[in-house]
Ligand binder design. Sequence first.
Ligand code: IPM
Ligand code: MG
Length: 359
Amino acid sequence: MKTYNIGVLGGDGIGPEVAAEGLKALRTVMKDGGFDCNFIEYPYSGTYYLKTKELVPDRVIDEWRSLDAVFLGAIGHPDVETGLVERSVILGLRFGLDLYINLRPIKLYAEALCPLKGKGPDDIDFYVVRENTEGEYSQIGGILKKGTPDEVSTSTSVFTRKGVERAIRYGFELARARAAERKRPGRLTMVDKANAIRPHDIWTRTFAEVGQEYPDIEQDHAYVDACTMWMIKKPEWYDVIVTTNLFGDIITDLGSMLQGGMGIAASGNLHPGKTSMFEPIHGSAPKYAGKNVACPLGAVMAVSMMMDYLGEKAAAKRIEDSVAYLLSSGKIPSTDARSGISTTQMGDMVVQQIQRSTR
Ligand code: IPM
Ligand code: MG
């Protein structure tokens, strides 16, 4: 039997609570899925840093590379310097494992969850392919003469041909795969801000060049400001979006609201063919920590993405279908902390639904 070695980082705040529910769903599909998992837990988080002053050591990043996948709850602690643990753990994984794609599905499972009037599951079903190792996240920059009237702060956006091309190529391939699966033409929308930020021209040119290899895929473009407007006005337009690291960060929070909220949005940080990391897109939500109220569906869906990535398609689909059923039937009425269903109860509902789906 195939055994997967999966690194688990519960992290901070609601992270460990939602991660536990994701793993509960995974253990359930494992039973008759014909595979096994070996979970290796890692303590790295803001909470752990406050106790030990330890961030992620390089040898641990090396160790992660030897695993099959990493599953993360959430990172961020209000008592720790802004961004310190996020950079160590989340960006440590993204940069350390060269996880150059951040794949974020925006999929609505029940009309009632969508804040837009008259939009249903047929209208909101697209992917954002976020470049995940460059752009404004390059960490190149700093502050000079901090705290003085002469203070200067710089931050350099880095876009390499290699980085831009592999993101765009992934977007085209995804659009092609979806077109085949859904039996309808595929469309890739490239989102940048090349009118104001002229170096974004590397995106424009790379998109046009790589696009020549994909004549079957409609090539579409939007500036990021217009993209946010269209996501609300006509979300059904979108099939696959490819964009920069920062723009992808921003538009996927917006996108999460179209699918019901941060409580259900999941992501895969991928280096296709290599160890990848899966996490809900929400943060540690300190105000809900320890209260057993956070919605675990984002973590559950991240587990589904992880199993799909590992090739366990049937297991991934059983998880997704169970979540979809619970939402579309109204058994889970909302994906926020006010659903009236506790974190553990919701996890149990997912487990029961998975078990029912086998019969
Ligand atoms: C996300 C988060 C992270 C990001 C933070 C926590 C560094 O917002 O995964 O979207 O900006 O990428
Ligand atoms: Mg974000």
